[in-house]
Design a protein around this ligand. Structure first.
Ligand SMILES: *Cc1c(COP(=O)(O)O)cnc(C)c1O
Length: 359
């Protein structure tokens, strides 16, 4: 068996240790004579798996009982609709636009809500986050939505916007669990699992309980957070295998020392990669230094003609999925929690070698 270094933006690398446990438990989970996938979601066994996963996530992130933790389906993309459907009855929906994912959230919210984009960095081609002073909320805002980490542009907020009493809503799909975060500053946090939580198919929503129960008229049952909160995310059949695997990732993270410990590794991985990019005239990253993403590192080659050879040779060297998003081109190295530091070291060595030979 050989597992190569995987820099995919999502579905992304999972910890090998986690996959080994899943492999060992695949046919016969805990001597029950069947796999976790084949069990009723209402069985005592699965409910204990589900509850343990929630408990471990609460511990990792320091989530208080004021918040419901939901394990839903439909991806972060469904949250683009679910957020306004559940929160916009209270007033204007304010959004910060920092790139591709913010834009999608804004577009979807316009189907349901009176949307105001209160800050945008589009003019600078999305290479930074706005300052706190750029974010001016309208009167009667129901919430402010922002994207903590733009997965495609590689732009990450280095602060949590202060919204006073207005609930703050965050799409944390690509940087949740990468570092400690003060959950009490947020009204709602959501994240698709396939970047830093687990496999595709599950979406985590952390929502302050006082925000539940006032959906827009006509909100479908499956899009009402209050329904999922009241039924422990089991109004219908949940994504049981993805939930189980996410639970294994939470255990793995706890064994790494939790979020403060993983943050140290993440910062070290990112800084050495950015340092290698900055040290060369051949590679470049356009993002403002303090907003450079710790999770997704886009970079370009001085000569775009060399993109293809770079990717072909990288793959031959065991470095997978470095192609940048189709909307921006170039390269992107996603270095989530499960991407080992050795992968980043190998990438840097490869980049230096490629530049010497072809640059
Ligand atoms: C990947 C991603 C999404 C979309 O997630 P899906 O689960 O595919 O719907 C949304 N927002 C951000 C920031 C992402 O990185």
């Amino acid at each position: 068996m050989s597992r190569l270094f995987n820099f995919s933006a999502g579905p992304a690398a999972l910890p090998t240790e986690v996959l080994e446990i899943a492999q060992a438990e695949m046919l016969d989970w805990h001597n029950k004579g069947l796999s976790i996938m084949e069990m009723s979601h209402r069985s005592a066994e699965f409910i204990s798996v589900a509850e343990t996963a929630e408990q471990d996530l609460r511990e990792l992130m320091g989530i208080s009982d004021d918040y419901a933790v939901l394990f839903l389906q439909g991806g972060a993309t469904s949250q683009f609709a679910m957020v306004p459907m559940n929160l916009a009855s209270r007033g204007k929906a304010a959004y910060v636009n920092t790139g591709v994912w913010s834009k999608k959230a804004i577009k979807e919210a316009k189907l349901f809500a009176d949307v105001e984009v209160v800050a945008s960095t589009e003019e600078g081609n999305f290479t930074r986050a706005p300052e706190q002073s750029d974010i001016v909320l309208p009167n009667g805002a129901a919430y402010l939505h922002y994207t903590t980490n733009e997965t495609i542009g590689g732009v990450q907020f280095d602060y949590i916007p202060n919204t006073g009493a207005v609930p703050l809503v965050a799409d944390m799909s690509s940087d949740i669990l990468s570092a400690p975060v003060d959950v009490s500053k947020f009204g709602l946090i959501y994240a698709g699992a396939q970047k830093n939580i687990g496999p595709a198919g599950i979406t985590v929503v952390i929502v302050r309980k006082d925000l539940l129960g006032a959906p827009l008229a006509g909100t479908p049952t499956m899009y009402d957070y209050a329904v999922h909160a009241a039924e422990d995310s089991m109004h219908n059949t949940p994504a049981t295998f993805a939930w189980y695997l996410s639970g294994l990732v939470f255990k793995w993270l706890k064994a790494q020392g939790g979020l403060s410990a993983i943050e140290v590794v993440n910062r070290r991985k990112a800084s050495k990669l950015y340092a290698a990019i900055d040290a060369s005239d051949f590679f470049a990253n356009p993002v403002a230094i303090n907003n450079r993403s710790v999770m997704n590192v886009p970079f370009t080659l001085a000569d775009a003609e060399l993109d293809k050879p770079f990717l072909v040779e990288a793959e031959a060297a065991g470095l997978l999925n470095l192609k940048g998003h189709r909307s921006v081109g170039g390269m992107r190295a996603s270095i989530y929690n499960a991407v080992p530091e050795a992968a980043v070291d190998a990438l840097i060595d490869f980049m230096r070698d490629f530049e010497q030979r072809r640059g």
